[in-house]
Ligand binder design. Sequence first.
Ligand code: AMP
Ligand code: MG
Length: 192
Amino acid sequence: MKNKVVIITGVPGVGSTTLTKKAIEKLEKEGIHYEVVNFGTVMFEVAKSENLVEDRDQLRKLDPDTQKRIQKMAARKIAQMAMEKPIIVDTHSTVRTPKGYLAGLPKWVLEELKPNIIVLVETTGDEILMRRLGDNSRRRDLETTGSIEEHQFMNRCAAMTYGVLTGATVKIIKNRDNLLDEAVEELVSVLK
Ligand code: AMP
Ligand code: MG
């Protein structure tokens, strides 16, 4: 039997990985266990083994058909993990590629994962821009606030279609500057 699957999404730099980590730590203390799987990491491992990329930020620059092939392989691997325990999948509602927005959860991925809840982590374009500028660990794309806001709008549209296709609920959580604890509390209550 498949366990609960929660999908956490947000534009790069919004802090969805940090938020997830904090929520999981809190839940562990209450005896609620989730396995966190990073979709990008699973894709990166596949792509690296085929010598297609050297770092994870090169994935979204690959030709879209290659991205989709790797995406499908990753979805299958992650679905197998959901047979063992409840999982949180840290991923993206859409991926901004040079050829346009790519759905992070096209129907063949949804069919594998069968998500129960889809979370969108958001904040303002300005805050995201500043967070990206402060992060030297990644090769974040330099974008204007307008472009970041467009990406968040596309993420909302895509997430709701995933909800329509699967019956998953779609939850928007704001991760505002200096209010991380509020976002953590909200995510914890969604995951309970
Ligand atoms: P992240 O570390 O979450 O920014 O993910 C790294 C990269 O993995 C992203 O820039 C995408 O290229 C890729 N990726 C993550 N999730 C998905 C997905 N659901 N569909 C396609 N590509 C993805
Ligand atoms: Mg992340």
